[in-house]
Design a protein around this ligand. Structure first.
Ligand SMILES: [Zn+2]
Length: 313
């Protein structure tokens, strides 16, 4: 069980299981002689990818970042990926029911990130899996998903989001919004044009929550006071970031180790640089969406300038 306190928030990882991905596709232009030192491939050249969701308990809301692959894959997709569909069971094992989730955030709308947004009810109708939740996803991503390129059309399953947009359950984000006090999104282009990371900035338990200053404080941008305060505190981790497919596993922390799936590989490099410029000096906890073993860690630069990960407690 991966769980830690981030200021006055509690963070835990819940997995939807693992699935096979072609090692070459996972590591792009990186030669197999290099990536196979970090991860093992089977005799078909597949490596194991995880499906990590992040649950945040703020004390007021329960927020689920990403919903895995879900249980609505076509027979063809199941042949390729299987259908682990473990997220709801894993949540239930920790006493979290679908009704407990107040907010769901999708970094982007590829099928392996928003699959449990919806389920089919007994009549075959698509309904929200988390009946009380407000859902959030990047608007540009949704616009793109309506007419994806031939290259990644297979990655978009409209039943995961279109019914939620139509019913008003899903709010589309421009990027930069604060969704609840301390939880905001930021666009990092590269994997797709509009993918958004989720940034979690908690207050220290002894500090009054900046978000408690009354209605109207549901700001549309992260609080500068909160950032300053967190920087000043400096002891425990105060910021975590679900960086999603920009840095999908601990094996992808080097700037040039991007996935072949990335639509804009040069932007992936720029976005990683931008992320590290803040995340490394401020000691952000990075959450890795597809790492089957290490769902979160601190990324650091060693004396040789090489990217390394440092384990979270
Ligand atoms: Zn993706």
């Amino acid at each position: 069980m991966h769980r830690l306190a981030l200021g006055d928030f509690e963070l835990s990882i819940f997995s939807d299981g693992t699935y096979p991905l072609d090692g070459g596709a996972f590591f792009g232009v990186v030669p197999k002689v290099m990536w196979s030192k970090r991860v093992a491939a089977d005799d078909r050249n597949y490596v194991t990818a995880g499906l990590n969701s992040l649950l945040i308990r703020t004390g007021k809301q329960t927020v689920l970042v990403e919903t895995g692959m879900g249980n609505k894959l076509s027979d063809r997709m199941i042949k390729i990926y299987g259908q682990p569909a473990k997220l709801l069971d894993n949540l239930a094992a920790s006493g979290v029911a679908p009704e407990d989730i107040d907010i769901v955030i999708n970094s982007h709308l590829h099928f392996d990130h928003c699959g449990w947004n919806t389920v089919r009810d007994k009549n075959g109708k698509i309904v929200p899996t988390f009946p009380r939740a407000r859902y959030y996803a990047p608007e540009g991503e949704w616009q793109y998903a309506r007419r994806p390129s031939e290259r990644d059309a297979i990655s978009y399953i409209p039943d995961n989001y279109d019914p939620l947009v139509a019913s008003g359950h899903m709010t589309l984000l421009k990027g930069g919004e604060e969704i609840v006090p301390g939880i905001s999104v930021k666009t990092f282009p590269g994997h797709t044009a509009h993918m958004q990371a989720v940034i979690i900035q908690a207050c220290h338990p002894e500090e009054p929550s900046v978000g408690d200053e009354g209605p109207g404080r549901a700001a549309r941008r992260p609080s500068a006071e909160r950032e300053d305060r967190n920087r000043a505190l400096g002891t425990h981790p105060h910021t975590a970031c679900y960086i999603s497919d920009l840095i999908p596993t601990t094996s992808h922390i080097d700037l040039t180790w991007g996935m072949a799936f990335d639509l804009y590989p040069l932007q992936t490099i720029e976005s990683k640089k931008q992320y590290y410029a803040q995340a490394i000096p401020e000691k952000w906890l990075t959450v890795f969406t597809h790492d089957p073993n290490t769902p979160w860690a601190y990324v650091e630069k060693d004396e040789q300038g090489k990217m390394v990960t440092k384990e979270a407690e």
